[in-house]
Every structure is written in structure tokens, then in C-alpha cells.
Design a binder for this molecule. Sequence first.
Ligand SMILES: [Mg+2]
Length: 261
Amino acid sequence: MPAILFDLDGVLYEGDKAIAGAAEAASWFIENSIPHLFLTNTTSKSRLALVEKLAAFNIPAGVDNFLTPPVAAIQWLHTQQIKDIAVFVPATTREEFAGFNLFDNENDRVDAVIVGDLGTQWDFQIMNTVFRLLINNPQATLIALGMTRYWRAENGLQLDVGPMIKAFEYASDRKALVTGKPALAFYRSAVSLLGAEKNIVMIGDDIRGDIEAAQNAGMTAILVRSGKFSETDLELGIKPDTVLDSVADLPAWWQQNFGHI
Ligand SMILES: [Mg+2]
């Protein structure tokens, strides 16, 4: 049976507003026991908070149905047996890193500096602390929880974590390890969670982070005309396998392509 990866923001909801028909569409996959994962670069919420957010939209998801950059980062830290880390993420995401020794002083010794989207909490002092930690710990890996350039907040487009990471890479002269979209490694984590033999379909609103990246991982990619979608996205030379008006059209598309459930 094929599997589905749902991007969240821009596909199931926009900010705090559900997209019309999203609950019915997502519930259709859950009720029909179609293997699925919710794949998001959001680092402003823990998986538990995401479960609650989807529940408020009448989408019944469990913690294990989410693949987030912190989950992928923690997997990598375990493989490297790294324990001492500095984490720059919103308070709600910090709890995901409870099993590690957390440091946040620029003179502390750490083996990884993990950076997520702090949104409006970013200021010069925090950025400079990240920079000094990197300079003071040349052996440390800079881990980027995603590399998204921007997203659509309620009052307009807003910088995401990608531009911040670029600043830290440039200042400290090193490359970040990216554990969110669009990194191939992130999509491979999804494949290993769902089973490598499966035909996997990704649905998202980001022509690069969702569509191009999923296709690079060998998946089928469906672009929706919601969220950050813009008609000019279709002029970038990236060809989605399908474009749907919204996720509400996904169950019908699925049955057309994979037969009635
Ligand atoms: Mg999105």
C-alpha cells in the first residue's frame, strides 16, 4: 500500500485557521489505515503540541506520526554519541532534548550547536552567542533544524531558520548539518520510518522544500495551491507530479491513482 507524507502548515492549516476540508481529507487516510507521517519543519512546537493542534482541527494524530527536525537531530546525536549540546529553539521544543546535557553560555564546551526557528525571539545577543559558541568549539557540529527561507505568517511572509543558519555558516566558516526539509537525509528518515519498499507520496505547499526535495528522494510530489503557493512557483523548472487546489482534493486523487480503498 502506498504511503502519504503530509506537510502541515499551508496544507492542513494556515496559522491557526484550518484549511477547508483538511480534517476530512486527513481523517480519510487515518480511518483507512493508510500509512502516513506528518512531516514538518516547525520547531516552534513539540510533537505533543502538534498532536494537540491537529486534535483542535479534528485530525486524530499520535506523537509517533510526526517526523520533525528535532526527532531527526536527536537520532543523529545518538549515532554520534554526543551528549553535550547547546540548543537555540523555542521553549516548547526544548523538552524534546531533555535527555541531553544542555549548555547555553558562550564559553561552555559543547559538541553540537542546534539552531531552530526562534522567530521574533531572535536578537543580536542571541545570534552572537550562537556565533561565539561555534568559534569557541571548533569541533562542534552546527545542526540546522530545517533550512526553510521563509513562511507565511498571519501578517505576511516571515523569515524562517534558513537565513539565520546562512549567517552562522558564513561567520564561523563551516557547513551546517540540516535535519529538516529540504535535506535528503530528512526524507530518508521518513522512508526508513514508513518502509523502503513503499511508494511514498508527499503533499506540500513549498515548491522547493516539499516538491523538489521529495522528488529528489524518489517520491511522488503533489503541490497544493494553498499556504505559501504562488503561481510563479510553477515557472522555476520544478515539475510537481500533480497540482491540487487543496488537500481536500487528495482522497479523490488517491482513489483515482491507487484504486478504491
Ligand atoms: Mg508548508
